[in-house]
Design a protein around this ligand. Structure first.
Ligand code: BES
Ligand code: MN
Ligand code: MN
Length: 461
């Protein structure tokens, strides 16, 4: 019945996604604030057309939140669906094979049935919209088994900094039994996975200053500290020869991984060779003593995300820049606290400055790590749903990415989350040519109603 509805409306579900992918809702760039709002307004109409009531644009100090719900019986459990309608900037634009906001469907090796290429296709418009269309299918076939609330925000990609205040001020409105989020991935289209953990984040920008103006590199070179050379050395000093982070105290709160979880990771169908092949690298690299899967999920790390300074135009200009900059992210694991880590970084980084150099550290957004339980009705409902549609029991695995609101929801509302994502690591999120498989889009729409059915059933026992 519901599957017939999904089948009959398949093309429209895709056409609607294509429409929302055309709106450049780039939350980081204030020049696009109007587009972000347009996206929120468009989505609220679509949510209403899909069957939700009490549609509202909740204003924040930044971009608005889209809210809608369907309360069929206060005695039934309530699922709060969280997603985000904002996207990352599309840069570098030259590397896109088609316009980032001109969605096209193309076949790829991994997606032989086609994938939709556009910024936000996978992260998170495509995945968020699966939730909306699965909801529509349940409403229109009278098979919605519990209450639903939608909270779709427009600031996830910039750290969700205004969400906590809104949640605290409206705790009653967001009351629910479980939070359902489709913003993560599976290992492969034939290896279903449920994400059971996310890393936290400390993101800082550093500014390194030498002389008070740019200098002729012949007249002054060799006699004053060069900020770019100094910054390079300081960054290099943040890791030792074992790729261990050298910041004193950095690992103090890091939780050790249980033997069970280690075994789970060791047995996961992960191949270093295919990982390297997919990335065009001849070997992996990371902290000594840990596997690639461990390095990318349960261990903290530090990476430079951007670095600039000096002359980068055509030809050669002989100059010593006055300043050099870098943006650095640290991915954190339980029980690291991003405020503590940010402070440890700042104090240590300053000690690395050579004579003649001053350092300024500016923290950007942070986020808490999260783990989600596997011995709960929520997890079982999700696992059984995937087992039905994939024909295989999903593997519980942590992810290396961050969704800071997961820990915040638990802290503020006391509600746990199920990470029910269907993307692939190869979908190039945050990167040029981001895409989302049609297989994944439809598989999500088909699987989500089973989560609801299983969950309602388990909760009524
Ligand atoms: N959806 C991603 C996070 C993600 C992707 C988790 C794939 C697991 C698997 C989210 O939109 C994201 O990009 N988060 C940011 C953090 C945020 C504070 C900017 C991240 O992880 O860099
Ligand atoms: Mn996302
Ligand atoms: Mn993202």
């Amino acid at each position: 019945m519901i599957n017939d509805y999904i089948q009959d409306n398949k093309q429209r579900f895709l056409d609607e996604l294509i429409e929302i992918l055309k709106i450049p809702s780039i939350s980081a760039d204030s020049a696009y604030a109007g587009e972000v709002r347009k996206m929120a307004e468009d989505l609220s109409v679509r949510l209403s057309d899909s069957g939700a009531d009490h549609i509202e644009l909740i204003e924040t100090a930044g971009h608005p939140i889209v809210y809608g719900d369907k309360i069929i019986d206060p005695k039934l459990p309530t699922v709060l669906v969280y997603g985000h309608y904002d996207v990352q900037p599309p840069d570098p634009i030259d590397l896109w094979e088609s316009g980032p906001f001109e969605p096209v469907i193309k076949k790829t090796k991994i997606h032989p049935e086609g994938a939709i290429f556009a910024r936000g296709a996978c992260d998170d418009k495509g995945q968020m919209y699966m939730q909306v269309k699965a909801f529509e299918a349940m409403v229109k076939t009278n098979s919605l088994p519990c209450n639903v609330k939608f909270l779709i925000e427009g600031e996830e990609e910039v750290g969700s900094e205004n969400l906590e205040d809104v949640i605290k001020a409206n705790a009653d409105k967001f009351k629910a039994d479980v939070i359902l989020v489709s913003d993560t991935g599976i290992m492969a289209n034939d290896i279903p996975t449920i994400t059971t953990g996310l890393r936290g984040l400390s993101y800082v920008e550093v500014e390194v200053t030498g002389p008070n103006r740019d200098l002729h590199s012949g007249l002054y070179g060799g006699a004053v500290a060069n900020p770019i050379n100094a910054l390079s050395k300081m960054i290099a000093a943040l890791k030792d020869e074992n790729n261990h982070i050298t910041i004193p105290g950095f690992y103090d709160q890091v939780e050790t991984i249980s033997e069970d979880e280690k075994t789970l990771m060791a047995n996961a169908p992960f191949s270093v060779q295919s990982y390297c092949d997919a990335l065009g690298i001849n070997d992996v690299s990371g902290e000594n003593g840990y596997s690639t899967l461990e390095r990318a999920t349960v261990r903290p790390t530090l990476d430079v995300n951007g670095i600039w300074g000096g002359y980068i135009g055509e030809g050669a200009k002989t100059v010593i820049a006055s300043k050099a900059y870098a943006k650095i992210s640290m991915r954190l694991v339980p029980n690291q606290d991003y405020n503590v880590i940010t402070k440890l970084f700042e104090d240590y980084f300053k000690t690395l400055a050579p004579e003649g150099i001053t350092v300024k550290v500016t923290p950007h957004h942070g986020g808490e790590p999260a783990v989600t339980p596997v011995d709960s009705d929520e997890y079982r409902a999700a696992s059984m749903a995937m087992e039905t549609t994939f024909g295989k029991k999903p593997i519980p695995l942590r992810s290396g990415g961050s969704i800071p609101i997961v820990a915040m929801f638990e802290r503020v509302l006391g509600i746990k989350t199920v990470l029910f994502g269907f993307g692939l690591d190869s979908d190039a999120i945050h990167s040029p040519n981001e895409h989302y498989g049609l297989f994944n889009y439809y598989k999500g729409i088909e699987t989500i109603p089973l989560f609801y059915a299983n969950y309602a059933k388990l909760k009524s026992n």
